[in-house]
Design a protein around this ligand. Structure first.
Ligand code: GAR
Length: 276
């Protein structure tokens, strides 16, 4: 695939084109990630009874909406924000799966409240021949679950584990992460504490493509959050989280509905007419 000679980088396009893009990225002989098929779960259908006080029941996402999996290890507030955007009709995706590496993680309960299927892939299942944890093997187990559900896009939302191998190759351009800092500042653990200790006046959050590194992939979207005098880790974390909840679904929407080209590290969204 080409981008019309503009940047020389790969082109990633939405929906059906995304699968084709992944197949191209994976090279000859590799199959595109399948779209929703007969084994895909029913479209997300949340009843008011399942989520008390949450207003009217949503209409089911159209069956042709691209299938999204959310990977999360903990609380799941970003999952909820994404699920609510789907339910409002703001995010044209279908939640096909929530996958966690932590049995009993609160996000699994949040997913059940939204009627989204869940699976736990335990790190203990991902040992290599020597019995040691293998990142590649873990990625393979996750990939199996995604393919089983016809997942087209993957959103890491507080998933505290590095991924690798075939999974990243198959989902190239369609797997993203959110991180609570303005990357490349403060990657890794406790970025809000790092920001406060460094003394920055502005921090924020970043949605980026996932690569083999920790919080290192090309940037899709960022939102700045000022540090207020008197901020604690808790108050700053809460304000950044609010920004995350609005930023993530908007970034996912662009991913699902627009094409982009990668020009080095730069993600350039291209209008339908082919102009940036
Ligand atoms: C979010 O702040 C997310 O950005 C962060 O974990 C939190 C998960 O909260 N992710 C990372 O730090 C990844 N490097 P949530 O479970 O309530 O969505």
């Amino acid at each position: 695939m080409t981008d019309g000679g503009r940047s020389g980088g790969p082109v990633f396009s939405s929906a059906g084109g995304a699968a084709a893009g992944a197949a191209a990225a994976a090279g000859p002989g590799s199959a595109a990630v399948p779209g929703p098929g007969p084994t895909a779960p029913p479209a997300q259908g949340l009843t008011a009874a399942q989520r008390p006080g949450s207003g009217p029941a949503p209409g089911p996402a159209p069956a042709e909406a691209p299938a999204l999996a959310v990977l999360a290890s903990g609380r799941g507030s970003n999952f909820v924000a994404i699920a609510e955007a789907v339910r409002r009709g703001d995010l044209p995706m279908r939640l096909a799966l929530v996958l966690s590496d932590v049995p009993g993680a609160p996000v699994l309960e949040r997913a059940a409240e939204f009627g989204v299927p869940t699976v736990v892939v335990e790190p203990a299942a991902a040992r290599d021949e020597t019995g040691r944890y293998s990142r590649r093997r873990y990625g393979d187990l996750v990939l199996e679950e995604l393919l089983r559900r016809g997942v087209e896009y993957v959103a890491l939302a507080g998933f505290m584990r590095l991924l690798g191998g075939e999974l990243l190759r198959r989902y190239a351009g369609r797997i993203v992460n959110i991180h609570p800092s303005l990357l490349p500042a403060f990657p890794g653990l406790e970025p809000q504490r790092q920001a406060l200790e460094y003394g920055v006046c502005v921090t924020g959050c970043t949605v980026h493509l996932v690569d083999e590194g920790m919080d290192t992939g090309p940037i899709i979207a960022q939102r700045a959050v000022p540090v207020e005098p008197g901020d604690t880790v808790e108050t700053l974390t809460a304000r950044i989280l609010e920004a995350e909840h609005d930023l993530y679904w908007r970034a996912l929407k662009r991913l699902a509905t627009e094409k982009f080209v990668l020009d080095g590290r730069r993600v350039k969204f291209v209008s339908p007419a082919g102009r940036e």
